[in-house]
Design a binder for this molecule. Structure first.
Ligand code: SAM
Length: 299
């Protein structure tokens, strides 16, 4: 029986990944799920995180059964994931951990952080978790109501309060708002209530339209196209970010901008950051697979 299921999974995922996933599915078996069903869903391309599910978290957060579909480790955090919000990727986790290590804010002057296209909230929530209490006030914007709801649920799960709900000091905080950062009036419409930022982070949609056909079903069928595609060249959102940064009153002196990029976009995005004239230096960080993955610009 397992041999047949392993063969089915191997055709879809390759033998090593299939063996691992079958072992994890076996461990997650309960009255709701049969191994046959789990393998069939996985072969159809459903992300493993949704198949394994999180019944214990549903109980913990008093969520209805359909409301949370799984979890994904992200550094020391275990974040909720549910379609159609992008599942946080290991390459994102890698640079956020490195950013957390390379910059240590202090409670004397807490930093303000803006995360553009926050999705599950993974980037600001990990930084809020890792940096000392009272050192960062983070704000995430997204155009997707599903993403904003998930980011707020994750903040609750991680014990990171919103600035408004702050009850005791010192604490790191995370707020969210709905906004379109491609819009020409984004800064005035969405950020006028906020002070200047010390850190801007973003993992924006960056897949060029022409790469649509190369995406696996686990991405095309389960993740919001708005989380994926960055226009014809994939660079549309980086142009918007560079226009935002060029506003004189958006960044504090000494600010850092950290942008995740597609596998062949680092030089183009580095040039865009350089051309804003705002930064003293820029650098490119590699991901664990040796790909140029993050552009860092420092004032
Ligand atoms: C690649 S996902 C990244 C999500 C999360 N930051 C992460 O790293 O997993 C990009 C996010 O940008 C959001 N987004 C797309 N277009 C947007 C826009 N015009 N304005 C604001 N957010 C947008 C999507 O909804 C999605 O959550």
């Amino acid at each position: 029986m397992h041999t047949r299921l392993l063969a089915l999974l191997s055709d879809a995922l390759g033998p090593a990944q299939a063996a691992n996933e079958l072992r994890w599915m076996n461990r997650a078996l309960d009255s709701r799920l049969s191994l046959n069903d789990m393998v069939a869903r996985r072969v159809r391309g459903e992300p493993l995180q949704y198949i394994l599910g999180t019944p214990s978290l549903q109980i913990l957060l008093s969520l209805p059964a359909h409301y949370t579909s799984g979890t994904q480790p992200f550094g020391p955090l275990n974040l909720l994931v549910r379609p159609p919000v992008l599942i946080p990727r290991p390459e994102t986790e890698h640079w956020v951990l490195r950013l957390a290590d390379s910059f240590l804010p202090t409670a004397t002057v807490p930093v303000s952080l803006l995360d553009l296209g926050t999705g599950s909230g993974c980037i600001p929530l990990l930084l809020c978790h890792l940096w000392p209490p009272g050192t960062v006030n983070a704000h995430g914007v997204d155009i997707s109501p599903h993403a904003l709801r998930l980011a707020q649920d994750n903040a609750e799960l991680c014990g990171i309060p919103s600035r408004l709900g702050l009850t005791k000091n010192p604490q790191n905080t995370f707020t969210t708002s709905s906004a379109n950062f491609l819009a020409k009036d984004f800064k005035d419409a969405a950020l006028s209530a906020y002070p200047r930022f010390d850190i801007i982070t973003s993992n924006p949609p960056y897949i060029p339209w022409k790469e649509f056909l190369e995406l696996p079903p686990s991405v095309i069928d389960f993740e919001d196209p708005r989380a994926l595609f960055g226009g014809p060249s994939g660079l549309e959102f980086y142009h918007a970010i560079s226009r935002l940064i060029s506003h004189k009153d958006i960044l504090n002196p000494g600010a850092i901008v950290a942008l995740e990029v597609g596998h062949d976009q680092a030089s183009a995005v580095q040039a865009l950051m350089h051309d804003t004239g705002c930064f003293l230096r820029t650098e490119i960080w590699l991901d664990p697979w040796g790909k140029q993955r993050t552009v860092i610009a420092r004032m």
